[in-house]
Design a protein around this ligand. Sequence first.
Ligand SMILES: [Zn+2]
Length: 253
Amino acid sequence: MKMIRLSKRLMLRLKSAESVVAFTGAGISAESGVPTFRGADGIWAKMRPEELASMAGFLKNPDLVWQWYAHRKRVIADVEPNAGHRALVDMERLFPHVTVITQNIDNLHRRAGSSIVHELHGNIERNYCMKCGTTYANEAVLAAAGVPLCDACGGTIRPDVVWFGEMLPEEEWDRSLRAAQSADLFFSIGTSSVVYPAASLPLTAKMQGAYLVEINPEPTPLTGRADEFLQGPAGDILPMICTCAEQERRAMT
Ligand SMILES: [Zn+2]
């Protein structure tokens, strides 16, 4: 593993920060082996994401969309949280407030053990009836042959994920925005920072006084505006940050 130098400014923040926000995207999941939409395999490689992840696509061909989600659900159930996810759990011992805001639907932050996780794009382990709102776990929907139907009302069940053209869940967004506004230290991790409104969170945090650190294998449109860019996989860099934070904060007491 390549050692990365942290700046003095970051070390000071690691020592004094009260509120830390980690904003995560597909990159941190890719390190666990979750394939990205564009990296889909087999028959799915030929499909456009909009055909599989939109209300129009679902209404046109619910069977196809459910086959895709059943496939995704099984792939994701087989992967494990990685060192990056676990480091964000460790941060809860080091800082008074740690909030994870994620654009990922794979539930890996919760499985790793993070206490506060705001899911901007939903969670593939949840499903709900489009007619009455009853929620269903994956076991129930994966046991169904074809499109799963609601036991309570017979309505069609859909995955609890945000599709193309849909609004972000309002409450999760409001909480995310508040967390960003009150952060001392904001990590933007494994996200290409281009999909709005989520992409506005790092800059909102910075404008309100947070020290903005980007962690990514490659530069993104955010890189030039971040206070610090740490190049590399989250699974290497986040544990290193935890080690430094631990040393800095221990020195304080
Ligand atoms: Zn129902």
